[in-house]
Write a protein that binds this ligand. Structure first.
Ligand SMILES: [Zn+2]
Length: 168
């Protein structure tokens, strides 16, 4: 089993709150979400992406921009999916958005927050991976197979998601 290497950074402190009051950009994605960008220059997130890319994807993912934003789903059905607002992967733009909520509401410990970032980032990175290799969008068989692969590498959180996405 791989040793967990938690990032030491507190990303919440690095986030510039002055930027949050002045949304930078609002756009629609090809899968029908609306994204309001709040910050795209959080130090550390790009580095974390690169580290995870190396560790889990043999550096094969394109270098994505990691941003924090508000993610609005198009359909009511999608809005009912627990993971839908946590993050979003935009394959065309090569952008991963982390949902703003956990940056605003600081109910969690730094450790819990960093774990959320890590899990959400990996989830979205799998979306990029299966879209580029298999053309699969959503949580289909290739997505779940990647979850299982990460599970074998010691990522225990994948078990819940495998169970969840098998049902829907
Ligand atoms: Zn997903």
């Amino acid at each position: 089993m791989k040793k967990r290497n938690q990032p030491d950074t507190d990303f919440r402190k690095e986030y510039s709150w002055s930027e949050a009051s002045a949304p930078q950009e609002r756009y629609e994605t090809t899968d029908g979400c609306t994204i309001v960008v709040l910050a795209n220059n959080v130090p550390g997130l790009a580095k974390l992406f690169q580290r995870l890319n190396r560790e889990f994807f043999a550096d094969q993912l394109p270098n994505c921009t990691i941003q924090i934003g508000a993610i609005f789903s198009a359909s009511r059905w999608e809005a009912s999916v627990p993971y839908a607002h946590e993050g979003h992967a935009d394959v065309q733009r090569q952008v991963i958005t982390l949902g703003r909520n956990h940056f605003f509401f600081r109910k969690w410990s730094r450790k819990a927050h960093n774990e959320w970032i890590r899990v959400t980032l990996l989830h979205e990175m799998i979306h990029i991976q299966v879209a580029l290799i298999h053309g699969e969008i959503g949580h289909g068989k290739h997505f779940r197979s990647e979850l299982r692969r990460l599970g074998r590498l010691g990522e225990k959180w994948t078990a819940d998601q495998i169970r969840y996405y098998r049902k829907i």
